[in-house]
Each structure stands twice: as C-alpha cells, then as structure tokens.
Ligand binder design. Structure first.
Ligand code: BDP
Length: 334
C-alpha cells in the first residue's frame, strides 16, 4: 500500500513537473508581441523615441512585452491606424491630434488655429491637468495616452509665391489633414482646402493637383514636399501635440507593475522626442534652405489670427460643453 502510494505520489510529481515545464514554456512563448504604428521614417525624432520606448518596455518587463515599431505608415494611414489601435488590432502608436479630432471630438480644441502661443506653452499645458482631461476622453475611446510628443509649429508651403498676408492664400489649393476644422481654416483665408492622406501629398504637389500644404520643418523636409513646394511661410498657425497611445485592451492585459514600466518608458520617450525634435528641426531647416527653399517670416500673424475668429465662434456654438476647455487653455497662457 505504502509502495503504491509512493508510486502514485511519484506519478503526481512527474505530472506536476511536466505541467509546470509546459506552463513555463508557454509562458515564454506567450510574450506579448506588440505592434506599433508610426507614420515617419526611421531616424525621425518620433521614430527614434518610439524605438527607445520599445527597447525599454522589453527590458523592464523582462521580455513579457516585446514591442516592434513599424515605420513609414506601412500598417495603414493615420485615421485607419487610430481605429485599429482603438480596436486592439494594433497595440501602440504615435498619433497627431489633428486626425484624432473626427474620432475624439474633444481633441478638436487642440486643432483650433493659434490656440497655443508657443511649443513650450503647449508642453506645459499638456503635461498638466489640462493634458489629463484630454487623456481621459481618449481613454473613453479605448486609447491610453501615456505621454505627449511635440510636432513643432505648422506653417504654409506652396509652389508659387511667399505668403505674407491672408490675401496671398487666395485661390491656393492647400492640402490639409483629415479634419473639418482645417478645411474651415484654409477657407477662411480664401484658399481651397483639400483633405488628403499624408502619403499622397508629394505626388499631388508634383502633378499640380495641389498648390501647397502645411507642416512643420521635419515633416516638410522628410516627406520631400520641399522639393516641389519651394516657398515656406512662417504662419505657425497650428501647434499640435501628439500622443504615445496604447490600445486599451493591450494596456489592461498588463500587470500593474508592467503598466508602471510602460508608462515610465513612454515618459522617457517623450522627453527624448522633444529634445531630438529641437535638433532635427534645425537640421531640416538647413537642408531645405540648401535646396533653395525660400523661407519667409510672416510679420503680421495677427491678421491670420483674426481670420480664425469665426471658426472659434462657430466651434463654441456647436460645442458649448468645450468652451471652458478653450478658455482654460487660453487663460493658462496669460
Ligand atoms: C506630421 C505629423 C503626422 C501627420 C503629418 C501630416 O507628425 O502625424 O500625419 O504631419 O501632415 O507633422 O499628415
């Protein structure tokens, strides 16, 4: 009997050993493979920061999460990638708040032209309580915004002439990101706004479908738009934050400890991105100048700002619940 029990016990131990080794194996195999979307080419500040994020997450979670960044929008264009991240088909991404507006309407506040006076003001505001309010509305749409990247200030470019006054925009066909507010913005200046996917702009400029576009120095340079649209006029009409966002389902699958590591990695990435941005913007500026681009200051930016008043009035009328967010952002910069 004793002998039989011993045998049984041995059998159980053996089974337990096999089971635990299976569990161990499946544990290693089950490392979460995270797919991350990025619109920019490798070497771009955002791309570098996303790579650092991926590396830190893999290290700090002891390989339980293995993020991989896919550059150059190979996983789809931005509006599509936002939806894919919301549904959990993609795990993380760096999104601009411009194309976010149609999906998370509160973020449209950030797309009101001239809402931020400077990039530094934008950082300060997004890093504080107001930024948390945006993170909350994004979370309601299944996007966990862990940190905020910068994207400089966007200015107008075109193939034809420098822009000094709103009148100079008259009749120009200008590409905008997918957001109705930008259509209103260009219309208010007398231009013809054409919403278009980022990847299509270069060809459209080349073939004359577009007269111009608007972007920051690094995007204007790396997209090659400067090769065709040789006038860059410093209207600085939009200062858009970007998020490092995680799909809610991927976030919730993490242990609390891993969530802490991922959040810390996202914060480090934002710090790196902001620093690299500064350097890269200078380099891009020099590169486009060397290529013969004519950059001009816009002395009377106020004239452009005034043209935007009707957009603010209409926005607040349509979204009375967002008025306090608009005024809080303005008040924080007084
Ligand atoms: C860049 C943003 C990118 C946008 C792009 C655009 O970083 O997310 O898609 O502008 O103009 O500055 O579409």
């Amino acid at each position: 009997m004793q002998y039989k029990n011993n045998l049984k016990l041995k059998g159980c131990l053996a089974i337990a050993a096999v089971a635990s080794s299976i569990a161990l194996t499946s544990f290693t195999v089950q490392a979460e493979q995270w797919r991350g979307w990025n619109i920019h080419p490798s070497g771009y500040p955002n791309s570098e920061a996303l790579e650092s994020f991926a590396k830190e997450v893999a290290e700090k979670t002891d390989g339980r999460v293995e993020p991989k960044v896919y550059h150059n929008a190979v996983l789809g264009d931005q509006p599509d990638a936002i939806e894919q991240t919301r549904s959990g088909a993609l795990d993380f991404a760096n999104f601009n708040m411009g194309p976010m507006g149609p999906i998370v309407p509160t973020t449209n506040v950030l797309s009101l032209p001239f809402i931020f006076n400077s990039v530094d003001n934008m950082y300060e505001i997004m890093d504080g309580e107001i930024g948390d309010r945006f993170a909350d509305v994004l979370a309601e749409k299944n996007l966990i915004a862990l940190s905020w990247f910068g994207s400089g200030a966007r200015s107008l470019n075109n193939v034809d002439h420098p822009v000094h006054t709103p009148e100079d925009v008259q009749g120009l066909k200008i590409r905008v990101m997918n957001n109705d507010l930008y259509v209103q913005m260009i219309d208010a200046l007398g231009g013809n706004a054409t919403p278009m996917s980022y990847s299509e702009v270069y060809q459209a400029l080349k073939t004359g479908v577009l007269d111009g576009a608007e972007d920051n120095y690094p995007a204007y340079e790396t997209s090659g738009h400067y090769e065709v649209a040789k006038y860059y006029s410093l209207t600085k009409h939009l200062i858009l934050p970007e998020c490092l966002c995680i799909a809610k389902s991927s976030w919730e699958a993490l242990t609390e400890e891993d969530q802490k590591s991922v959040r810390a990695a996202a914060e480090h990435a934002a710090k790196e991105q902001r620093q690299l941005w500064q350097e890269h913007a200078e380099e891009s500026k020099q590169k486009v100048l060397d290529a013969g681009v004519k950059i001009n200051e816009v002395d009377d930016r106020q004239a452009f700002k005034e043209k935007m008043q009707s957009i603010y009035d209409e926005f607040v009328k349509q979204n009375p619940q967002l008025e306090s967010l608009v005024t809080d952002i303005q008040a924080a910069q007084q």
